[in-house]
Write a protein that binds this ligand. Structure first.
Ligand code: SF4
Length: 471
């Protein structure tokens, strides 16, 4: 499967610069991420033994991934016994082909979809459209960005970058009359009215999967809108695309997973709907699909097992790390050029789609560690970002100027004598460029802002001379 897009150094810098200058976008990003962060903090404070639960969850995820083939096979066995058809997709293209084959066999022309990052990852909508099949996103946020012709900008809030004014404009165009941005209920009602007819007309419903429970072969969907249930039950055929890492051994483990997922994502104790699907409609059931297809998507994931990056597969896509990341909060999701943005996106995007194409992403972090603190599975994202940076150096992917600057820094910092010598040299050499507000160098650094001058006495000297005791 071709890469979804790319984020080279210059592309990321350009996109981030444009995003930072966009006042509307900055307001929308700050409002949404702050809301998520506050909600998560409150929800975890109210959860007894939250830290212990997170430790327990990490152990569950690590143990499951260490035995992934076993749990995947068990899931296949139990889901098949329940009447579902399980498909294995090695690549994104394989998953697309499986969906297209099923759609062709059933003569499907219209597909309803509930929110799924896996389908974003494999560009399913583009493939459906290219084959004369109309995909309709039915999650409100996904529908907004489908109307706008944009990719998602957040794992759980695909349209968080949109203001209500922009949403009203999109909806007005769709319904052919002006809608007020102040009437949120009215906007939602319009979306509901337009989407309802699609649910009934669709020949196929496509969803993702938050987790697949091996013990019973059950697909679990966690949603906040009723669309997920309509997509998976109204059309005669339901296809779910699930990353292979989303396997959960049993319902006990699922209880821990679910206790942390919504709290970390939106701050809710539980999402509005938690839907468990085990096979298609039974003969004595009044509704539900005739066929359920579960596509287990690898697309590069299995290559990460047994490597220093295996831990990234513990991710449950809650989005908490995005909301606390200082880079994501300013640059927004689109700068990452991938459906997966923020700290987890900066790790898994290069791993799944290529380090060269996404060379900027491991650098798009201050390494402050807020992502690791926020992660329900305590995934050590900073460690993997550093490891990816080392991989970039080894693969000569950094621009030569940065590479040379870093080699020089390593040389200077590698010995106290060299450090002292170059500090003295720098103090002497900075004189022609010193101004009252700092250093102004003849080359552009940080939009022409002044840099701090080297201090007359370095910290080491103050320390050695005991002058710090007096401060
Ligand atoms: S890395 Fe952790 S915090 Fe980030 S989306 Fe995944 S589970 Fe959530």
């Amino acid at each position: 499967m071709s890469n979804p897009s790319s984020a080279t150094m210059s592309q990321f810098r350009h996109s981030a610069t444009v995003a930072i200058a966009d006042i509307q976008l900055q307001g929308a990003l700050t409002g949404a991420t702050n809301k998520f962060v506050n909600g998560r903090t409150t929800a975890l404070t109210e959860l007894p033994h939250a830290d212990a639960l997170r430790d327990h969850f990490k152990k569950i995820r690590a143990a499951t991934l260490a035995n992934l083939p076993h749990y995947l096979e068990l899931f296949e066995q139990r889901a098949t016994a329940a009447g579902a058809q399980v498909h294995w997709a090695q690549t994104g293209q394989d998953a697309v082909d499986i969906v297209l084959n099923i759609a062709r066999q059933r003569g499907v022309k219209l597909v309803t979809k509930s929110k799924s990052m896996a389908t974003e990852e494999i560009h399913l909508n583009t493939a459906l459209e290219a084959n004369g099949i109309v995909p309709v996103e039915t999650d409100l946020g996904e529908w907004i960005i489908q109307l706008a012709g944009e990719p998602p900008s957040h794992i759980i809030g695909p349209a968080i970058h949109k203001t209500r004014h922009q949403v009203a404009e999109l909806f007005s165009k769709e319904v052919g009359r002006p809608l007020s941005p102040d009437d949120i209920d009215g906007l939602t009602a319009e979306a509901r009215r337009l989407l309802r007819t699609q649910f009934l007309a669709a020949g196929l419903g496509i969803s993702g999967g938050n987790l697949g429970i091996a013990e019973t072969g059950t697909l679990v969907l966690v949603t906040n809108e009723g669309n997920g249930r309509l997509v998976t039950s109204a059309p005669p055929v339901h296809i779910a695309i699930i990353g292979i890492e989303k396997i959960c051994p049993d319902w006990d483990a699922a209880a821990t997973w679910l206790a942390l997922l919504a709290r970390s994502a939106t701050g809710q104790p539980m999402s509005i709907y938690t839907t468990a699907i085990t096979g298609p409609r039974r003969p004595d059931e009044p509704d539900g699909p005739e066929e359920v297809h579960l596509i287990l998507l690898d697309n590069g994931r299995s290559q990460l097992t047994g490597t220093p990056y295996e831990e990234s597969l513990q991710c449950i896509r809650c989005g908490a790390c995005l909301n606390v990341c200082p880079v994501y909060k300013k640059a927004g999701g689109h700068a990452y050029g991938s459906p997966y943005s923020g700290p987890i996106g900066a790790v898994i995007t290069p791993l799944l789609f290529g380090l060269e194409e996404y060379a900027a992403l491991p650098q798009a972090s201050t390494l402050c560690g807020a992502c690791k603190d926020a992660c329900p599975a305590r995934i050590d994202l900073p460690r993997m970002l550093l490891q990816l940076r080392q991989d970039e150096v080894a693969a000569h992917l950094l621009p030569w100027r940065e590479r040379k600057a870093e080699e020089f820094a390593a040389y200077v910092l590698g010995s106290a004598g060299r450090m002292n010598f170059f500090t003295k040299l720098g103090r002497w050499g900075q004189r022609p460029f010193q101004h009252d507000d700092g250093l102004k160098l003849p080359i552009s650094v940080g939009d022409g802002r002044a840099l701090p001058s080297l201090a007359p006495k370095p910290f080491r000297q103050l320390w050695a001379e005991g002058e710090l005791d007096n401060t």
